[in-house]
Design a protein around this ligand. Sequence first.
Ligand SMILES: [Zn+2]
Length: 250
Amino acid sequence: MANNCIFCGNPAGSREHIWPKWILERKNFGPFRLKRAGAPDLILNTELTTKAVCHGCNTGWMSKLEAALKPILEPMFEGKSVSLDIYQQQLIALWMVKMAFVWDSTKGRNTDNAFFRNADGIALVQRIMPPFTAVWLGHIGRDYRSADGHDITLDEPPKRVGGGNVVTIVNEQFVAQIVSLRPDQMPTGPTAIQLDFPPGNWNNTLIRVWPQDNANPIEWPPPAALTILDYLLLRDRWRTGDETDHIIHL
Ligand SMILES: [Zn+2]
């Protein structure tokens, strides 16, 4: 069956790396370990790719986005202090949506449990963020590479009221987390969704780049670095409701 591009809906044929090639080429962390819910771990010598993107997207807006991000992210990977203006904050947020989309597509061809919809993809091509999405950045004291994606359910006991998708990545000293939520009933007016997550030192270890409260630049890294334990807590802090699918990739 033909596979359609997760972004624009055209026939897909381009293989897309979970991690952009320019990031993999910066530093080799050895084989990848892939862990999926209910399945034994797989050790991969090559990086996981997904055939879910069309040639036009891959060589067009996606390649432009990577090129724009490279000079912003590289110093952060190395742990150097940077000041991010609102344009750069938004670019990082858009890039994390792209990462989350690609993760979502690893659930398989024409899966019926994909979180992101074509409308989200078409908006992203226009550099429009999906609704109910937040992106945080952090700093970890030494170099790691890991990516984790899982879905969550939004519950108002006794019933489910929506779903969400969480992707957390670390590359070298840069940590980022994106959370996207989708209520089953889309609200018609402005709405805030409150989600509970375990308490932590998040005010000192994370800075939010999306949504944006004001037009001020933000300083990265945040005041405190994350430890590996903090990172694991961060990765799992939205885990509520039933575990639907969960992939860890180191
Ligand atoms: Zn496309």
